[in-house]
Every structure is written in structure tokens, then in C-alpha cells.
Design a protein around this ligand. Structure first.
Ligand code: SF4
Length: 345
């Protein structure tokens, strides 16, 4: 066990990538980075993390940050509920934990958006607690190391892997050990059936390698197919203003702004009639490019129209803003990137 720990930690000391959150791993920086890294690639997160920390340097600043500014800082990163949970958690930390992020895993788990993995990551990396932090990379590495052929979607298999990891954790440098496993998964024991075993520091301990089955692991059951929703995006211009509205759906992209979005793929005539109900008289309507956006559980297949209006009446759901306002003030999620880019042109 000791030899395994030393081999992995030595490799980590020499090979860890330089990442902005690794330098000075305070609880706040680790927390923000771990939330940003959920479902998001390291290279995408780096500039967002640096900008976020520069603008919102601590819990207190986050607790009082206006929602619009928070969403603007998060714009393009996706999964916006993460940002809203960060703020809710900052308020809770201020009110219940004296403004300090707790070191205890159970207390950490009471924070909105913080689950088993994130609490383990904060407690081990920032407070050096000997607790596991199991993300997708770690699941894969441990399942290969132990030649576990169970389905990793299965909760029992996940628990088995967690138990394996708990036994492997050192009492000191647990945070580095967890990060070393994640790093190994990200750079050597990579997903996609081609682990780089020849470069692996723990190859001699690996049952999956030994049995020649590493590339086939982990076993992963079929995921449910994503639901497909058809949408029509309307970029409506009136003089030099454009219509946007705030989303009310509390589960998906809640509170963010969007170009008016209609259900289904509407024809030019259907779209014109629909807009008439909103008090918008269409002068010209031009089809735009199609776009697709993939969420974890559903896909939006979008068509779009650029609409020039000759008459508008006030509508409670719409506001009319300039291109500059859209660029600087309102957070429009990346689902609409193709359509937002059209305004830039
Ligand atoms: Fe992964 Fe190969 Fe290393 Fe085993 S030997 S942990 S399969 S990279």
C-alpha cells in the first residue's frame, strides 16, 4: 500500500499540470474550481476561473454579488444552476458558518450544489482530510486498478470502488493523492479504451493491466437516450433594438436571457402569426442557420429567423435592448451562440 501511495505521489509531484486553482488551494478557490469543472473541460474552465476570482475574490463578495453580474461571469460555461448554487451557498456560509467554508464533509454537503465528490475534494485538497473524492476519472482508474468488471453506473459498484479508494488513501497528503488519481485519469489512464499503461507509474499494481482487460474497463451500462425538442429562435429587430426575454423555466437555464423561443419548427407564416399575438408586426423575415444544443438529458434542435418588425406593442415578457446591451449586460446561454454571433455580424 505504502509503495503504491509513494509511487503515485512521486509521479504527481513531477507531472502535475500547472492549473490556476492548484496554486494556492484555499477552500474558496478549490470550491469555485470544482464547481466550474463539473461537466466542463479543464481548458474551458481556466479563463473563467481566473476572471471569476479576479472579480469575486472571496465568499463575502460572492454572497452580495448581483445575480445579473454572476450570470454574466458564467456566460458560456453552461449548467447555470451551478452559479446560482454557488451564490446560495456563499450566503449560507456567511450566515451559518461565520463566513468560513467548513472543513467537515457532512457540513460541506449541506451547501447547495456540493455533493459527495465536491465535499471530498474541498476537505482533502484544502484541509488535508483523509477522505475520498471520486469523479469520473477516479472511478475509471480504480475500476482498472482493481479489475472491477461491474457496471459503474450501478450504485453498489460505485460503493465498492469508494471502499477500495478509502483503503488506498494515505493519512497525510490525501488531497494530493486524490488529485494524483484524477490527474492519472485525465492524462494517462484516459477514457476511450486506450490507457497509456506504458507511461503509468502504478502499472505494477494494476490488476486490469495484469489481466489484459484494462482497455475494456470500466464497464458502463447504456444511458437513456436524450429527449429531442424542436425550437424556433426569433431574432426580432425593431429600429436598432432587439427583443430578449428572461427564462422562467426553473430547471433549465433559469433566469438567463434568450431570444424569443417558440416550440416546434414553425414555418415563416406560422412564426409571423405567432408574433402577431405578441403585438409584433413583421416587415421582413429571413431564415437563419439551424443549430443544435446538447444538454445532459435533452437536445434542442433549433431553426431560426431574423425578423424585422415595423410595429411593436409592449409585451410583459419582452424587453428591447441594443446589441451592446446584449453583449455587455445580459447573459445569453451558449445554447444560442450561433444566433448571438449573427448579431455580431
Ligand atoms: Fe490505468 Fe494502465 Fe495504469 Fe492500469 S496500468 S492504472 S489501466 S494506465
Amino acid at each position: 500500500m505504502k509503495t503504491f501511495q509513494l509511487a503515485l505521489l512521486k509521479w504527481y509531484d513531477n507531472h502535475a499540470r500547472i492549473l490556476p486553482w492548484r496554486d494556492n488551494p484555499t477552500p474558496y478557490r478549490v470550491w469555485v474550481s470544482e464547481i466550474m469543472l463539473q461537466q466542463t473541460r479543464v481548458d474551458t474552465v481556466k479563463p473563467y476561473f481566473e476572471k471569476f476570482i479576479k472579480n469575486v475574490p472571496d465568499i463575502q463578495a460572492l454572497a452580495i454579488l448581483p445575480e445579473e453580474e454572476l450570470l454574466k461571469l458564467w456566460e458560456g460555461l453552461g449548467y447555470y444552476s451551478r452559479a446560482m448554487n454557488l451564490k446560495k451557498a456563499a450566503i449560507l456560509i456567511t450566515e451559518q458558518f461565520g463566513g468560513q467554508i467548513p472543513s467537515d464533509v457532512d457540513k460541506l454537503k449541506t451547501l447547495p450544489g456540493v455533493g459527495a465528490y465536491t465535499s471530498g475534494a474541498i476537505a482533502s485538497i484544502s484541509f488535508d482530510k483523509s477522505v475520498p473524492a471520486i469523479d469520473g476519472n477516479v472511478l475509471r482508474v480504480i475500476s482498472r486498478l482493481t479489475a472491477n468488471q461491474g457496471d459503474i453506473i450501478d450504485k453498489t459498484v460505485k460503493r465498492e470502488i469508494e471502499q477500495n479508494l478509502i483503503q488506498l488513501l494515505p493519512s497525510a497528503r490525501a488531497g494530493d493523492f486524490n488529485q494524483a488519481l484524477m490527474e492519472l485519469g485525465a492524462t494517462v489512464c484516459v477514457h476511450g479504451g486506450s490507457p497509456k499503461c506504458e507511461a503509468c507509474p502504478v502499472q505494477s499494481f494494476c490488476a486490469g493491466y495484469d489481466q489484459g482487460i484494462a482497455a475494456k474497463l470500466p464497464v458502463k451500462g447504456e444511458k437513456k437516450a436524450r429527449r429531442i425538442e424542436l425550437k424556433t429562435v426569433c431574432i426580432i429587430s425593431y429600429q436598432d433594438l432587439y427583443a430578449i426575454r428572461q427564462r422562467v423555466d426553473s430547471r433549465l437555464l433559469a433566469n438567463l436571457w434568450e431570444f424569443p423561443l417558440l416550440e416546434g419548427h414553425l414555418s415563416i407564416q406560422e412564426c409571423t402569426e405567432e408574433l402577431k399575438k405578441w403585438g409584433i408586426t413583421v416587415d421582413k423575415i429571413v431564415p437563419l442557420t439551424n443549430a443544435k444544443h446538447i444538454f445532459s438529458h435533452l437536445e434542442w434542435h433549433m431553426i431560426g429567423y431574423f425578423i424585422t418588425a415595423i410595429h411593436i406593442t409592449e409585451h410583459p415578457a419582452l424587453i428591447w435592448v441594443t446589441k451592446k446591451h446584449i453583449e455587455q449586460q445580459y447573459s445569453i446561454p451558449s445554447a444560442f451562440k450561433k444566433y448571438k454571433d449573427i448579431l455580431k455580424d
